[in-house]
Design a protein around this ligand. Structure first.
Ligand SMILES: *[C@@H]1O[C@H](CO)[C@@H](O)[C@H](O)[C@H]1NC(C)=O
Ligand SMILES: *[C@@H]1O[C@H](CO)[C@@H](O)[C@H](O)[C@H]1NC(C)=O
Ligand SMILES: *[C@@H]1O[C@H](CO)[C@@H](O)[C@H](O)[C@H]1NC(C)=O
Length: 299
């Protein structure tokens, strides 16, 4: 029996109260040059801060100094910072069980209510934002280049992305698809064959690498031991790893292997009930072999 989806754990609001506008005001615009979006994008200090940032322990830097912010899976709130402080952003992410990736950047924002001490010829300020995500932030999903509300050009500069090592793409695999609280329930493939290759259970800290090793190990083994009938070996090309929870408490990390890649559309297994207990799924991610995703070909 399948359960209805779990309530989502991540908050849709900021994790901390944003600083008041003037406290993170950047004096660049009026003090040093024309106050335009193009000037903001070209401002070398933003690039310098982005390129100079060191990657926090436990994270992988997935992109540096883009002119776009992330549109990843599972928004988990944001905070603003008074300086481009990647380690403080990481500390906040690490403190939240819903945050597995974050994006830090300078955003050109309009000055809405400037204190009287402000230079009134300034129309823009730089807000340093730290945005938290459940799913990985990647170059591919860094797609938000800004907008023009009420004629004011909001643009993004110095955008860096960081993903927790434990969910980041293991070597040889693609960036994960975030499946939240659902596991892949693969149907038969396009020629009516089963692509399921079995599962493994891991205890200890969640780490996608453990499942990647299982997938690569299965592939190597089946290549070395091809079927006696001469048919092509069925090798692992895709895996789905997630936490199994019993009555809301994490029990283990499950790792399910497949010979072909599947998408979000078949992530339909959210758990089951057994003997009065509820078994559910959390932190579900899927990864494909980076060079050979395993695509079904009709004969
Ligand atoms: C305000 O900005 C203008 C340039 O836009 C500059 O000439 C002027 O010195 C500034 N005034 C103050 C008080 O910063
Ligand atoms: C680069 O990083 C170092 C060490 O974190 C810091 O002292 C320096 O101010 C940074 N430079 C820039 C341009 O951000
Ligand atoms: C990905 O697939 C290719 C082709 O089947 C294989 O050679 C390679 O070892 C696989 N990568 C991993 C990380 O298992």
């Amino acid at each position: 029996m399948l359960f209805a989806t779990l309530p989502l754990f991540f908050a849709a609001t900021a994790l901390a109260s944003p600083l008041r506008q003037h406290e993170h005001f950047f004096k660049r615009a009026c003090a040093t040059g024309p106050d335009t979006a193009a000037d903001f994008l070209a401002w070398p200090a933003y690039s310098a801060a982005a390129n100079n940032a060191s990657t926090p322990l436990g994270y992988t830097n997935t992109f540096t100094d883009l002119h776009a912010s992330s549109n990843a899976d599972g928004y988990a709130g944001y905070t603003t910072l008074s300086t481009y402080d990647v380690s403080s952003c990481a500390a906040r992410c690490s403190a939240s069980s819903d945050c597995h990736a974050f994006n830090i950047f300078y955003e050109r924002s309009p000055i809405s209510s400037s204190p009287s001490s402000f230079n009134s010829s300034c129309t823009s300020t730089a807000t340093i934002k730290c945005v938290f995500w459940n799913g990985a932030v990647t170059t591919a999903n860094a797609r938000n280049t800004g907008s023009t509300p009420n004629g004011f050009k909001v643009v993004i500069a110095g955008s860096n992305g960081y993903v927790l090592n434990t969910v980041n793409a293991p070597s040889g695999y693609t960036s994960p698809i975030y499946l939240n609280n659902a596991a892949i329930q693969a149907p038969l493939n396009c020629v009516g064959k089963d692509t399921y290759l079995g599962f493994q259970i891991f205890t200890g800290a969640f780490d996608a690498q453990k499942c990647a090793d299982a997938c690569s190990g299965q592939a190597a083994y089946s290549l070395a031991h091809p079927p006696a009938d001469g048919s092509a070996p069925k090798t692992c090309k895709f895996f789905n790893t997630f936490q199994e929870l019993k009555n809301g408490v994490v029990v283990d990390q499950k790792c399910v292997l497949y010979s072909e890649s599947w998408g979000k559309g078949v992530a339909k297994n959210t758990g089951f009930a057994y003997g009065g207990d509820k078994f559910t799924v959390g932190l579900s991610y899927a990864y494909s072999n980076a060079t050979d995703a395993g695509v079904c070909v009709k004969a």
